[in-house]
Structures are given as structure tokens and as C-alpha cells.
Design a binder for this molecule. Structure first.
Ligand SMILES: [Zn+2]
Ligand SMILES: [Zn+2]
Length: 324
């Protein structure tokens, strides 16, 4: 990204490896809606420093010739000294710095990253599973911040990748059921692979113990609040457009003893927990990768991500940066 709206595939200088950094050769990088916002220039400028190389959902190999381990790298670069970092809330670090946003990302042959953010993977881990660590860490942090009791009736609102990862990761908490409320029936197959018990396009008057809002649209957020049973938890994970308003009935929140929880990005702890799940092969999210493009096809990749819903399922769109 040379600047907002100005995207190109071009040769740039090799990264300079700073103190405490290591060089990594990216293999696969997923794209998401945030990348589209960076491309369009609609993202809050506090979160992006142009020019920037895209790519924040990725897996690579250490570039040093003597060690070629498969690795994932935490994208948020915490300052380590602020009060938030010291209490473990690295997602709220006072100095925002993130790979693919304020420093170059992984859609490149090489990337230099802080060594202490590198997490080695078991040699049997599939690179496509690992490419989903970043969005899984975001979802995992939201799920684990709230308390989910086993046997819960869960509802996931939304049918995009974050929603599907939510349904998959909810399985770790032994739910009684996981219902998905989506708008695209074409996503039902992916939803069932993620462990969804029933995929519905209307919810009626059913109530749930644990509701995850992953659509980021006002009607979905209203639905999330009204679908929670007494004593329920509503997790807001989707990011609505700035300025979005929803109707809230505070007496219902009080009378129904609800917990409403937001969650921003991931902490070092949630990232590490997801890496453990991947290393144990306890989660294998690569079934969600429906579209793969080479780096030279970057514009097709962005167009696929931006395309309006069709009859074909769409999960994660990834760019294969380097083939092994
Ligand atoms: Zn993303
Ligand atoms: Zn900090």
C-alpha cells in the first residue's frame, strides 16, 4: 500500500533486521475485511502508517538457513512497559503497533519481526491451519474473557469467518448446542463442519445462554441482546461501522441478569493458548479456506473478498506468498 487506494505489487528494499529481530519467510497470509479498509483508506488513520505491506494473518518459516521451523508471529507488538502491558492486557497497549498496520506485513518474500513474538509450531502442523491463528486468537480472547459453562445453549450471529471460527472454538467448552443465525444459506456447509448444530436464517423466540455477535451490524446486535436467556452472556465480537446505534432495553438487561461483553483483538495469553491448540492439532480450521491465490493474483484475491454474497460458500481468502 503506497497510500490509501494506491495498491501495487512491486520490489522494495529487503527488510533491515533490527536488534532483537529475526527474518521470516511468509508462506501463507489470509486477508480480511480490515485489509479492504486499509486498501480503501477508510480505516482510522491512527491504526495505519502508509506506506505499508499488507498481511497480518500469516504463517512462515524462519529464514535463517540452519533453522527452518514453521512459525506464527503475534501481530500486536506490545511496548512491554506500559501499565496495560504489565497487567497482561497487551491488546490494550498504550502504544499501538501492529504488523501489517503500522509496520510491514507478510505479503512479501521476507519480513523482519521481534524474536520474542515468534511462536514455533509442531512440524506436523498444516500451514493453512496455522494461517488462521490470528483470527482464532481474536475469537478465543472474546470467548475466554466471559465464562462459558459446559452444557450451554450457544448462538453465533453471523456467517463469516469470524462467526465460523467462533462456532468451531465454542466446541472446546462442551456446549449443549451451537446454533448459527446467518443470512447466507450457502454458508451452512461450512457451519456444519465448524460444529454448528443448526444453521438458521430466522431465530423466532428461541433463547440462549451464550450469544456471540459476529456480524457487526445493528440488527444483529439487537438480535443478540434479545436472544439471551436470563443469566445469559452476550459477547460483541463483530465491529460495527463507527457511529452505529442500536436500541437497548436496559430494564431487560437488569431483569434478565445479562452480561454484555466487548472484546478487542487478542492478548499474548490468548495467542499462546491458540498456538497450543494448533500444536496439539486440537483445532484444524483450514477447512474454512475456500479461496487461495498466488501473490501475483492479489487483485483477484481482494476482489473475491469484496464480492457480494453468491450461491457459493465463502470462508477465508488466502494468498499463497511462497510455495514449498
Ligand atoms: Zn484480519
Ligand atoms: Zn504497552
Amino acid at each position: 500500500m503506497r497510500g490509501p487506494g494506491d495498491v501495487a505489487l512491486e520490489e522494495i528494499a529487503e527488510p533491515v533486521v533490527g536488534p532483537g529481530e529475526v527474518l521470516v519467510r511468509p508462506l501463507v497470509s489470509g486477508l480480511c475485511g480490515t485489509d479492504l479498509e486499509i486498501v480503501a483508506g477508510t480505516i482510522d488513520t491512527a491504526y495505519v502508517h502508509y506506506p505499508v505491506v499488507l498481511g497480518h494473518e500469516w504463517v512462515g518459516r524462519l529464514a535463517a538457513p540452519d533453522q527452518d521451523s514453521l512459525v506464527v508471529v503475534e501481530g500486536i507488538v506490545p511496548c512491554e512497559v506500559c501499565d496495560e502491558c504489565r497487567r497482561g492486557a497487551t491488546n490494550r497497549c498504550r502504544t499501538y503497533d501492529e504488523i501489517g498496520f503500522t509496520r510491514h506485513g507478510a505479503l512479501a518474500d521476507l519480513i523482519s519481526v521481534p524474536a520474542h513474538l515468534v511462536h514455533p509450531l509442531h512440524h506436523e502442523v498444516d500451514a493453512l491451519d496455522a494461517a488462521l491463528v490470528e483470527p482464532m486468537a481474536v475469537v478465543w480472547r472474546a470467548l475466554t474473557r466471559a465464562r462459558i459453562e459446559s452444557g450451554s445453549r450457544c448462538l453465533v450471529i453471523g456467517d463469516g469467518t469470524v462467526a465460523l471460527l467462533g462456532a468451531m472454538l465454542l466446541q472446546r467448552f462442551s456446549p449443549a448446542s451451537v446454533t448459527m443465525l446467518g443470512l447466507r444459506p450457502a454458508q451452512a456447509g461450512l457451519a456444519h463442519q465448524a460444529g454448528v448444530t443448526d444453521f438458521v436464517t430466522e431465530i423466532g423466540d428461541r433463547r440462549f445462554d451464550f450469544v456471540v455477535e459476529a456480524a457487526g451490524q445493528a440488527p444483529a446486535i439487537s438480535a443478540a441482546l434479545s436472544c439471551a436467556d436470563r443469566g445469559g452472556v452476550v459477547v460483541l465480537l463483530g465491529l460495527p461501522a463507527h457511529g452505529t446505534k442500536v436500541d437497548l432495553f436496559p430494564d431487560d438487561v437488569v431483569n434478565n441478569d445479562l452480561i454484555i461483553q466487548g472484546s478487542f483483538s487478542y492478548t499474548r495469553e490468548s495467542w499462546s493458548e491458540v498456538v497450543s491448540l494448533v500444536n496439539e492439532r486440537a483445532v484444524k480450521p483450514s477447512f474454512l479456506v475456500t479461496h487461495q491465490f498466488d501473490l501475483a493474483q492479489w487483485s483477484d484475491a481482494l476482489a473475491t473478498l469484496a464480492a457480494s454474497p453468491s450461491d457459493a460458500p465463502r470462508g477465508k481468502v488466502v494468498v499463497v506468498v511462497s510455495r514449498e
